[in-house]
Write a protein that binds this ligand. Structure first.
Ligand SMILES: [Zn+2]
Length: 352
């Protein structure tokens, strides 16, 4: 069921589907740049794998499409629309700014051909509306181009749950086979008497079920909308702190569930313009982030950027410049030296 209230607007996915339909209408047989290898209608769909919850969401989106765009669009029949929504859901890209704040959703059929690995060889960034793919490690001719579809912070089981939920497959990359980083990712607090395994498992279960910990669909970063929908910011911050205290009895500060919660808390502090609070969390996050993420990770560069910019507003210039330079080192590889983000960043640092 759908209620179209005064402030209702179609979802981001609905707006993207509407743009795809409008484009198809205009360019009957022409392929756009990203469709040279594959047309949008040739993208894989997982319609038959979708559960009821997903189907209901799509039905609501379709109702929104009919309500919002009735006059302008030639809308295909219901079955084809369901397929298109499913294609967009499992092939769509989340576009983010340099601090990983959500900008929008897009479909690039050629980039969608690239397979996933938890040890990606390339990174996708956006320059205007174009997607750019750059190597983040040495590659020889014949090496497979691999991107990551998900946030790579989390341990193997979490990553694969997410891949199955959103993309309907299980990853068998080297990291998923060896789980080499899982121990560091789930690091337990050092104590004289080791913590009992069942207590650790209970806490992992708690961390996974904590509402704040559930990542938003197709979204890696903190989103202001959760502030509007869940609770007032001060309450949200308190929830984060309580959760950190509870988990902190078992987990080390560098445990990914602690890091995730600190990241949420940092986002709330930034929203509340509490620079000291944001820096306090950020400083705890940075080092483990750099260790747990693969090299040239946008999650790491965006964290350095945030920190650098907060330091600058606090007039802690030398710390600010150091953090911004760390961000720049990653972004020069991930975004390329001529990307507008880099030009802006050089200006921020005061370099020519
Ligand atoms: Zn993997």
């Amino acid at each position: 069921m759908n209620a179209f209230g005064e402030n209702w607007c179609p979802s981001e996915t609905t707006r993207l589907v509407a743009r795809i339909l409008a484009k198809k209408q205009k360019m009957v047989k022409e392929r756009c740049v990203s469709e040279k290898m594959l047309l949008i209608e040739e993208l894989q769909s997982h319609l038959e794998d979708e559960d009821n919850e997903k189907r209901e969401r799509t039905e609501a989106d379709i109702a929104g499409l009919h309500r919002f765009y009735p006059k302008h669009l030639e809308v295909p029949d219901h079955k084809d629309l369901l397929t298109l929504f499913s294609q967009v859901a499992c092939n769509g890209f989340t576009m983010e700014d340099d601090e990983l704040s959500h900008i929008g959703t897009a479909v690039y059929p050629d980039v969608a051909l690239i397979n996933h690995s938890c040890l990606p060889t390339v990174i996708v960034t956006y320059n205007g509306t174009s997607a750019e793919v750059r190597a983040v490690q040495d590659m020889k001719p014949g090496d497979e181009v691999l991107i990551s579809y998900i946030d790579l912070l989390y341990p193997t089981d979490d990553r694969n749950n997410r891949l199955r939920e959103c993309y309907y497959f299980t990853c068998d990359c080297l990291e998923c086979k060896t789980k080499s980083k899982d121990k560091a990712k789930l690091k337990v607090r050092k104590q004289r008497d080791p913590i009992e395994p069942h207590l650790v498992n209970n806490m992992i279960r708690y961390a996974r079920n904590t509402k704040l910990l559930k990542p938003m669909k197709h979204q890696l970063s903190f989103c202001k909308c959760i502030l509007d929908s869940v609770a007032p910011p001060s309450e949200l911050l308190e929830m984060c702190e309580q959760s950190l205290e509870k988990m902190g009895a078992v987990f080390d500060d560098s445990n990914v569930y602690m890091l995730h919660m600190m990241y949420q808390a940092m986002g709330v502090c930034i929203y509340m313009q509490d620079a000291d609070g944001a820096i306090r969390y950020g400083e705890k996050i940075l080092k483990p982030y750099s260790k747990l993420y693969p090299p040239y990770s946008l999650n790491v560069s965006s964290m350095y950027l945030k920190m650098g910019r907060i330091y600058m507003t606090m007039e802690r210039h030398s710390e600010g410049i150091t953090a911004l330079k760390e961000a720049m080192a990653v972004m020069e590889v991930a975004h390329g030296k001529n990307h507008p983000f880099l030009r802006d960043l050089r200006k921020e640092i005061g370099q020519k």
